[in-house]
Write a protein that binds this ligand. Sequence first.
Ligand code: SF4
Ligand SMILES: [Zn+2]
Length: 314
Amino acid sequence: MSKNHETIINNKQIISSRGKKNAVDPRQPYAWMVEKEYTTSGKIEDTAIIFLTNRECPFSCLMCDLWKNTTDESVPVGAIPDQIEWALAQMPKVKHLKLYNSGSFFDERAIPVEDYEQIASLISSFETVIVESHPKFINERCIQFSDLIKPELQVAIGLETVHPTILQKLNKQMTLEDFSNSVSFLSQNGIRSRAFILLRPPFLSESEGIYWAKKSIDFAYSAGVECCTIIPVRGSNGVMNLLMEKGDFSLCDIQSLETVVEYGIEQNNGRVFADVWDLGIFSKCDKCIDERTSRLTTMNLTQKIGSRVTCNCN
Ligand code: SF4
Ligand SMILES: [Zn+2]
């Protein structure tokens, strides 16, 4: 652990280190795509992802860069359904949908409750809809939305890490108990949840990063989640760049991501995915990066551990 791990970085310092937001349009999602996912029924199926443009998340987590594509104020009633309708018209018809809003779907200042009915009508042809939320917004409103929609609702929650002090230092304003209570509440109401887990948050060495990511997977499954996604921490939100300069944060190595995903799949407690976006930044070896990315993508899609990559950098 780095020598500065005692330092607490507050909201003000995190926000003041930020650069400018990107220009976004409240009537259009800021991104959309279709990706393949290994589903709960063991099939590989297309999943549409709509990255909704909406008001910035009220939390300011140390590692988060999602604020870059958000608005300062709430978007008007009707804007979110317009975004969904517009994005669905650009994409092929698929069975599963992720509505990611750079914050919490159940935050009424982000997604107006008045829009729920129209959203329900737009997404009625899907089998599954996955949204994300901080535990502070997981309450009766989730049940209200789940009851209103035809597809099965799943909720993704950022567990981040179970490291006792690092979770607090991430400024997530969430305890492990909050996470477990939210997963239990959802599960008692028939809603499955998935966890986002960070690989190598600030202040941890490479081996500590691997150790705590594995512990976090164990905790998430014992709390009752159905799926875990491992996210190698990136450092491009201002404060993380500063921590990197001070030696308090380093990007993990792609091989650590492989190790953690192998561990998660071996436990056989549920699906385990690697976030494979932009993996090039996690490798210093040009020779094997493509092979390692492809190995992780295949592990995502098969939930089986593929043969290890042989390279001089091992
Ligand atoms: S709760 Fe999620 S979206 Fe909000 S600041 Fe933290 S990581 Fe970012
Ligand atoms: Zn290599």
